[in-house]
Design a protein around this ligand. Structure first.
Ligand SMILES: [Zn+2]
Length: 250
């Protein structure tokens, strides 16, 4: 897949249409665009670094998102079209698999996701954006189910891998990480803080063998501020996907 994500993709300077955009609208746009753009960037890191080129070869590209935030997807279902599919000319069909043990606690109407209307250009080219909802299952259960589709990239946005074991007696991460690294698929995780990423990485390395392809502040982080209720002593305000890390099993 030919994919070039420049760091200026989301920058105001690069887009003359957004010159008049105020700070609030710009922040809201980065919140919407952050995850698809970070995923596209992570996949680019993988293709530049990895000797294993078996992922992303076909015209169908599959993204697994573990611990998916359905609210976010329902609010802007076309964000994967605008900020991923449009950057990837070789992809015909993009499949986004949303996996969460409690995917829809607010009982949101899901029709919107099943009827995403793409732009005229994509429609003319007969491209598709498909959402596959995997509610009430762990990654391991999904992996062993009939609906499983092999991913080209696996993502988890702000999962707090290190924190998750602290308040959940049944930590799903050890098995999840074993499946992902065995697959040798690129795996993108993001975090709200640098310290959180350090802790997550340390915990991951205790569980599985993996190669860190990139760890850095994310140029595609959201700039919409969120309050930190968990560790405000560490950082009182947070930004989604502030730090990114791309790893791969070997
Ligand atoms: Zn389109």
């Amino acid at each position: 897949m030919a994919l070039e994500v420049e760091e200026t993709t989301i920058s105001r300077q690069s887009n003359t249409n957004t010159e008049d955009m105020d700070e609030i609208h710009y922040a809201a746009l980065t919140q919407i665009a952050s995850e698809p753009l970070t995923t596209a960037y992570a996949y680019q890191v993988y293709t530049k670094n990895s000797l294993n080129k078996e992922f992303g070869k076909g015209t169908i590209f599959t993204i697994h998102t573990i611990g998916a935030d359905l609210q976010h997807e329902v609010e802007s279902p076309n964000r994967w079209e605008t900020f991923f599919l449009h950057l990837s000319p070789n992809i015909q069909d993009l499949r986004v698999v949303l996996i969460n043990q409690n995917l829809n606690p607010s009982k949101l109407p899901l029709d919107l996701l099943n009827k995403v209307k793409l732009c005229n250009t994509c429609t003319l080219k007969n491209r598709h954006l498909l959402f596959q909802l995997e509610d009430g299952v762990s990654y391991t259960q999904y992996h062993n189910s009939e609906s499983y589709v092999r991913p080209d990239i696996v993502c988890s946005f702000n999962p707090g891998i290190d924190r998750s074991s602290a308040y959940n007696g049944k930590d799903p991460w050890p098995n999840t990480l074993k499946y992902i690294t065995k697959l040798k698929a690129p795996f993108l995780i993001t975090s709200y803080t640098v310290a959180e990423m350090k802790r997550d990485l340390m915990r991951m390395k205790q569980i599985v063998q993996m190669k860190v392809l990139e760890e850095r502040l994310n140029s595609f982080a959201s700039v919409r501020v969120e309050r930190n209720f968990l560790s405000d002593d560490e950082m009182p305000l947070l930004f989604r996907n502030y730090v990114l890390c791309v790893v791969c099993g070997f």
